[in-house]
Design a protein around this ligand. Sequence first.
Ligand SMILES: [Zn+2]
Ligand SMILES: [Zn+2]
Length: 341
Amino acid sequence: MKAAVYYNLDDIRYEEVAQPEIGRGEVLVKVRSCGLCGTDISKMVQRTVTPPAVLGHEVAGDVEKVGDGVEKFHPGDRVFVAHHVPCLLCHWCRRGNYTLCPQFRRTNIDPGGFAQYIRVPALNVEKTMLSIPEDLSYEEACLIESTACCLRAIIKCQIQLGDRVAIVGMGPMGLLHLQLAHLAGATQVIALDLVNHRLEISKRFGAEAIINPEKEDPLPTVKRLTEGRGADLSIVATGSVEAIGQAMRLVREGGRVNFFAECPPDSRLTIDPNLIYHSEVTLMGSYSSTPYEQRMALDLIRLGRIKVRELITHRFKLKNLNEAVRLAKEGKQSLKIIIVP
Ligand SMILES: [Zn+2]
Ligand SMILES: [Zn+2]
């Protein structure tokens, strides 16, 4: 079979690799759609993955073959599958830190979604493989994963009815946060981005206010919009220390800041400790998603409460993954990019 194999940032080769063999409890899935995620890009840019490697983890496809003992799925079934599986029983899982579970970090699909076929290990078949309802396309289904990651963050943020939320970074994840924040009860979402085009799109997705921090200092505007308080919650959906600084500045006393994107490895943040002590600001992070949010995300997408189709701006063939990565890295014209074998 063919796969797009990462050797270097500008060297992704479309080449022949061995089609994975499946064992007991496992499923072979023919990939139909795989989303290109910001984390795929950062793994390549920061070389946190050892080449040669096949990336891609936002997968939807068809069951090609099932191993002995698989009863829930049959050849021809349309399925979504997530790559990591929490054990639900360890110290971390019992405290709700599912995505820090050692099994979660260890599990993965084989070789990765940027391939014609993937082997889905038994644990994933059991916990993270979902049938795609008839009225959902493969493209929409592969976005269950990103939606679930945002949903987990939004649930952690405990938005109250009437909250004012600032989102810094209006890429696909920022736009998902925007929709989910509204759904969770936020009455005002203020979208921040350095790219005007993304701010315009945020408006279409329902942002009550948009700010380009390069053009104006966002603080006075956010204060004016929130009766002088600042945002109840700010979400950082872009991997930059400047964006985090911005988010911390915009939040009200007693507010929360959610760190939702990976910064470059050597990043350092300077914090006034009194922001946490005297102003009681809570800093928190949210990484990845669990089978719980994946099921919820599927429902929200199917019921039309979260729009994902509108996030897709580009589709690339698997053999052109290089080009897709280049476009995504620029981060200007594209939102969600989908790779089709
Ligand atoms: Zn992802
Ligand atoms: Zn666990």
